[in-house]
Design a protein around this ligand. Structure first.
Ligand SMILES: Nc1nc2c(c(=O)[nH]1)N[C@H]1C(S)=C(S)[C@@H](COP(=O)(O)OP(=O)(O)OC[C@H]3O[C@@H](n4cnc5c(=O)[nH]c(N)nc54)[C@H](O)[C@@H]3O)O[C@H]1N2
Ligand SMILES: Nc1nc2c(c(=O)[nH]1)N[C@H]1C(S)=C(S)[C@@H](COP(=O)(O)OP(=O)(O)OC[C@H]3O[C@@H](n4cnc5c(=O)[nH]c(N)nc54)[C@H](O)[C@@H]3O)O[C@H]1N2
Ligand SMILES: [Mo]
Length: 803
């Protein structure tokens, strides 16, 4: 979230689209209700299903799964055509006025630079025109045909209300009602907050769904505002921490990137990752990249990281491509993987195309499971009839189970969706032989190091050079790891005037103290400030809220630097006065920025031309995303890979995301609409958490078995009654379930045909206390978003019949 949970109460409009917060985030959703009940906010839900969130909404609009870019581009067209934008904000805080290169173009579904063979774009033309000083050219009159503003207008001109209805199946009247309410927040003193989760991410166009919404927030002037922002409601309680700490195959902690094989040496790598400002005088905070990176290397390798050896750069792995879940299981399937350490994952239940996952695991030599529970993955080799139809005798994979603790059995911090790091304390000792994850990994680490030391082997150096400074080497404590993340001074640090900033060995207060000369260490620069000489800031528990905005700066600690609302400079107009005095975040007092949040920057005065989007080279919000996204600088509608229309009404030649990656083996497992005519979509229920809670009797009683939801019309057409047993199949397999016939699902008219949706909750399997069940992911396809590779779990094709 750019904002945070409590801040939702400040919104005038709460738009839940691409998520079902009342069901999946029932505790945090109280802030949406607070906005509705105490701030007179309008709650809008746009979802293929009439959900628990919809049941308390003021406006509900149905949409065909996988078509949100069309809907949201339609909103952009509405805002521009009806002049419902915050014009001053757009002019000063976005790149609307910047000029785009002449060789950039869009035609018939494709942007310039497409290579059909590689299914990839050369993004060179997706950039600004630059002047002789290297700065982007601009036209503040917004009349130049090459300025972002005019290109955007042209791009969205196709997304008329008629087209929205045609593609999305959303009745025009519903769509226009939503537009009108959103448009009301273009006023400087009104905001919309968008709450989303997987209904947007789990598509082959997931990242662009979110981008389209972010563009709306820029047009409305809602970024940086209390009650505004782009707010991903994250899934697992610490999944924000996972991305913060870089647990993705091409990432390093703090949103740094792991070097690729294109970056043969440190200089090349730093040059590629340290941007230059593209407008004069910008903060361009990523310009500090070398300080964060060198401090990380000092945290990784300690005294072994020295200037002479480029801080140990050669010890980092260099990637050739992302090793995401889809890639990794495809490699396993092709016998390219011998062992898999599976920690806190249950891929047989949670990854797409379960039968492929099981077949892939069967090809391993060994599988290590680190988990507190017995999972379907740890028992993938067992035969459970139709639910897991394998021949155990034919599977040679050796499975090791290492029981772990869970969060309640250890101290530590959890990063929530609002970027707050909240320290928590152990509630009880773990049962049996369970050990915490750190202990298990430490054990594996020491053993492997010993083997390398005694027996040698390829690539041993990175492991042997790694720093390991814990009091008990077999048991790193959460406190030690947290301080390592925060970072230390490795020498006495002085500022440019010669004043002592930090003594050698002292915890650092701010990432502004980090240096690229080896004198500081920090394992995650964005966490610097979380555990300082003043103590553990994550354990702060003062809920004083003097402004009434809910920013509670004394409660826990938020990255970066305890800032609660990102880009809060944009909450004030170019002169430094809050757009909305009632919801003042910061203002200019003549000397510096002061207010109810930690300002983005301290001293740059209004009028100095320093943009609010301090992480961007140009300091501006991007309506046109220069050379970033895989499939284009503007969002475009592409159909799900399994489309119920069989075509793309906008450009039949380019049906689905042209930059999404689809492996050969998976392409053969894609279905067509004549065989699988209905849209399948998977989702959660409040009563269960993934496949864990089916181990708990009370949850198992609350939702005992797999069901699927269908409309009354589909039920009638297929002769299915409420409570009947049905078989749902896709090209990849089938599940059996109980049918729930409900008006909550509607027949949508889209692409000139009737589209039916089969709703499939995802919580059952062959382990646990609930009734044994089929895994919903038997049905889902192995194709993902072109940027994040998040699988397309929300829109695929199925058939349904009475069993
Ligand atoms: N009780 C409970 N809570 C949970 C979880 C759990 O298992 N149980 N899991 C947690 C996790 S890991 C996560 S990531 C979050 C997920 O939180 P959510 O994303 O809110 O949950 P989902 O139920 O997967 O999907 C949300 C909604 O997206 C809608 N949807 C599907 N396709 C589309 C589309 O194309 N457009 C639009 N506009 N909507 C669409 C679905 O109909 C569904 O209502 O929940 C977390 N919270
Ligand atoms: N069809 C479909 N599939 C989906 C989704 C969907 O919407 N539709 N949602 C996707 C999403 S958003 C997510 S996040 C994934 C989740 O997928 P997974 O992460 O694979 O599933 P979980 O069951 O949440 O968690 C995996 C395991 O972590 C274990 N665990 C809990 N605490 C600890 C701990 O402290 N240490 C260790 N080592 N293990 C622990 C649990 O016991 C559990 O077995 O599923 C994805 N799969
Ligand atoms: Mo998730």
């Amino acid at each position: 979230m750019t904002n945070h949970w409590v801040d939702i109460k400040n919104a005038n409009v709460v738009m839940v689209m691409g998520g079902n917060a009342a069901e999946a985030h029932p505790v945090g959703f109280r802030w949406a209700m607070e906005a509705k009940n105490n701030n007179d906010a309008t709650l809008i839900v746009v979802d293929p299903r009439f959900t628990r969130t919809a049941s308390v909404a003021d406006i509900y609009a149905p949409i065909r799964s996988g078509t949100d870019i069309t809907f949201l581009s339609g909103v952009i067209l509405y805002l521009i055509s009806n002049n419902k934008i915050n014009a001053e904000y757009v002019k000063h805080y976005t790149n609307a006025a910047l000029l785009v290169r002449d060789d950039f173009s869009f035609d018939d579904g494709l942007f310039s630079g497409y290579d059909a063979e590689k299914r990839q774009y050369d993004k060179t033309s997706w950039n600004y025109q630059f002047d002789e000083n290297g700065y982007a050219r601009r036209d503040d009159t917004l009349t130049d045909p090459r300025c972002v503003w005019n290109l955007l207008k042209e791009h969205v001109s196709r997304y008329t209300p008629e087209m929205v209805e045609h593609i999305c199946g959303t009745p025009q009247a519903d769509f226009l009602k939503v537009c009108e309410v959103l448009a009301s927040t273009s006023a400087a003193d009104r905001t919309t907050t968008f709450l989303y989760a997987l209904g947007w991410t789990q598509h082959s166009v997931g990242s662009q769904n979110i981008r389209t919404m972010a563009m709306i927030q820029l047009l409305l002037g809602n970024m940086g505002m209390a009650g505004g922002g782009v707010n991903a409601l994250r899934g697992h309680s610490n999944i924000q921490g996972l991305t913060d700490l870089g647990l993705l195959s091409t990432s390093l902690p703090g949103y740094l990137t792991l070097p690729s094989e294109k970056h043969a040496d440190l200089q090349t790598y730093l040059a590629a990752n340290t941007p230059e400002a593209t407008l004069p005088g910008q903060v361009n905070y990523w310009g500090n990249y070398p300080k964060f990176f060198v401090s990380l290397m000092k945290a990784f390798y300690g005294d072994d990281a020295q200037k002479e050896n480029n801080w140990g750069y050669d010890w980092l792995p260099k990637w050739d491509q992302a090793y995401d879940v889809l890639k990794y299981f495809d490699m396993m399937d092709r016998n390219k993987v011998s062992g898999y350490i599976c920690q806190g994952f249950n891929p047989v239940a949670s990854f797409p195309d379960k039968n492929k996952i099981v077949a892939s695991l069967s090809k391993l030599k060994y599988l290590v499971i680190i988990d507190p529970l017995v999972t379907e993955t740890s028992n993938f080799w067992q035969n459970h009839g139709e639910m897991n139809d394998v021949n155990p005798a034919a599977i040679q994979t050796e499975v090791f189970r290492l029981p772990s603790t869970c969060f309640a059995e250890e101290d530590g911090s959890i990063a929530n969706s609002g970027r707050w790091l909240q320290w928590h304390w152990k509630g009880a000792d773990a049962p049996g032989e369970a050990r915490n994850d750190g202990e298990i990994l430490a054990g594996i680490y020491h053993k492997i190091r010993e083997l390398y030391r005694t027996e040698g082997g390829k690539g041993a150096e990175p492991l042997l050079k790694m720093g390991w400074h814990y009091e008990q080497p077999d048991h790193p404590e959460s406190e030690e790891v947290a301080k390592e993340n925060n970072g230390y001074a490795l020498e006495d640090l002085f500022d440019t005037n010669g004043n002592l900033v930090a003594k050698k060995g002292q915890l650092l207060d701010s990432f502004a103290q980090l240096r690229d000369d080896g004198s500081t260490a920090s394992a995650c620069w964005i966490y610097t400030g979380s555990w300082t000489t003043k103590g553990n800031q994550m354990a702060n528990r003062d809920n004083a809220d003097p402004s009434g905005l809910g920013n509670t700066l004394g409660w826990a600690w938020a990255w970066p630097l305890n800032r609660r609302i990102l880009y809060n400079r944009a909450s004030a107009d170019p002169q430094g006065n809050p757009w909305d005095a009632k919801r003042m975040l910061i203002k200019w007092n003549g000397v510096k920025w002061v207010g109810n949040d930690i300002p983005d920057y301290n001293t740059a005065a209004p009028g100095s031309g320093v943009g609010p989007f301090i992480m961007q080279q140009e300091g501006l919000g991007r309506l046109f995303a220069i050379n970033k996204m895989a499939e284009g600088p503007f969002p475009e509608h592409y159909e799900p890979f399994e489309t119920p229309l069989g075509t793309n009404p906008l450009h039949p030649k380019v049906v689905s995301n042209p930059a999404a990656r689809l492996y050969e083996a998976d392409a053969k497992r894609m279905g067509k609409r004549h065989e699988f005519p209905y849209v399948g979509t998977t989702y959660r229920l409040t009563e269960h958490f993934h496949t864990w809670t089916k181990h708990s009797r009370l949850n198992a009683i609350a939702q005992p078995e797999q069901f699927v939801e269908i409309s009354e019309a589909l039920a009638k057409a297929k002769g299915i009654s409420n409570g009947d047993r049905v078989k749902v199949s896709s090209k990849r397999g089938f599940i059996r379930a109980v049918a729930v016939v409900t008006p909550r699902l509607q027949t949508l008219k889209a692409g000139g045909q009737e589209v039916e949706t089969v709703g499939i909750p995802l919580h059952w399997g062959f382990e646990g206390a609930a009734r044994k069940g089929y895994l919903a992911n038997t049905l889902t396809p192995s194709v993902g978003d072109a940027n994040s590779q998040t699988p397309e779990y929300k829109a695929f094709l199925v058939n349904i019949e009475k069993a």
